[in-house]
Design a protein around this ligand. Structure first.
Ligand code: ADP
Length: 279
């Protein structure tokens, strides 16, 4: 057709340019395994590694569990999985008779899947290429026995590469939380993560500034060891709420290192559960 505007929905012509059926974003969403149900799915993202994304994921899961919700963590940070260590979980993932993956469980009952629970040694590196990384994420979501989970927290791989894209496309996220350090907030890294979520039409629940400051144990003075915070400016610029500012807390690092994060009460993200319950 000579006057084709490529809007096939307004045209009855049968021509070679016709786009039969454009895939919609829902077409890429993976189904859960038979018998599984997951209430709300929250992705925890960061522009780069080492800013405390796994730590924030762990604290959120603990807060959810304390509120009495059936809670799960999908450790999507495939090449740098650190969630099992923070909870002291070492049991290997096994399968059930239906051929589904059975998640491991923390002492307090948080269910989790992580590549670290599939390796012969937890120090083995994961040297897989992109497609394999994406397919393990799809198995963690769609081939795992997620029995009546109320809240699932997904520790996303850092950045805006192939694997986060797989998660954004194939898992029905209710929203994401962006974690950043004060240094990072001045750069473009956060903007890229925010823009990616917006392009994928995923709601951004809020920002968490980690390692925001250090409180002097002697006089209580707050020291901005990573420089002045810019989180409030970023929040205003993108109209995304600030959910929390977490200080550098040696007790937090120690609890993660000892695998005891769920036994020690850190209140930094307690109020965030109220926001998630409104979603
Ligand atoms: P990411 O998932 O972004 O790569 P992690 O959550 O694994 O980062 O954190 C990196 C390291 O920093 C871990 O050893 C963690 O225990 C430590 N850490 C993170 N946040 C804090 C904090 N607020 N206070 C003290 N240590 C922290």
């Amino acid at each position: 057709m000579s006057d084709c505007n490529y809007d096939c929905s307004s045209c009855g012509e049968d021509c070679p340019s016709r786009v039969e059926s454009q895939p919609s974003p829902e077409d890429f969403i993976q189904k859960l395994a038979e018998g599984s149900s997951v209430g709300k799915v929250i992705g925890i993202v960061s522009g780069k590694g080492g800013v405390g994304k796994s730590m924030v994921t762990s604290l959120l899961a603990c807060a959810s569990m304390r509120e009495g919700h059936r809670t799960a963590i999908l450790d999507g940070d495939i090449t740098g999985p650190s969630i099992p260590k923070a909870f002291g979980v070492t049991q290997n993932l096994v399968g059930n008779v239906e051929g589904q993956i059975v998640p491991a469980e923390t002492t307090c009952g948080i269910k989790m899947v992580s590549v670290n629970l599939m390796l012969a040694n937890e120090t083995d590196p994961v040297v897989w290429r992109g497609p394999m990384l994406g397919s393990v994420i799809n198995q963690f979501w769609g081939e795992t026995a997620w029995n009546q989970v109320d809240y699932m927290f997904i520790d996303m791989p850092p950045g805006t590469g192939d694997v986060p894209l797989t998660i954004f496309q194939s898992i029905p996220l209710d929203g994401i939380i962006v974690v950043a350090s004060p240094q990072e907030l001045v750069g473009m890294i956060v903007e890229k993560a925010v823009n990616m979520a917006r392009m994928m039409q995923i709601p951004i629940i809020g920002l968490v500034e980690n390692m925001s400051y250090l409180e002097c144990p002697h006089c209580g003075e707050k020291i901005n060891i990573f420089g002045e915070s810019h989180i409030d400016e970023i929040s205003a610029q993108y109209q995304i709420p600030v959910l929390a500012k977490i200080p550098v807390d040696p007790a937090l690092a120690s609890a993660c290192d000892r695998g005891k994060i769920e036994f020690e009460e850190f209140d930094y993200l307690k109020d965030v559960m109220g926001t998630l319950e409104q979603l």
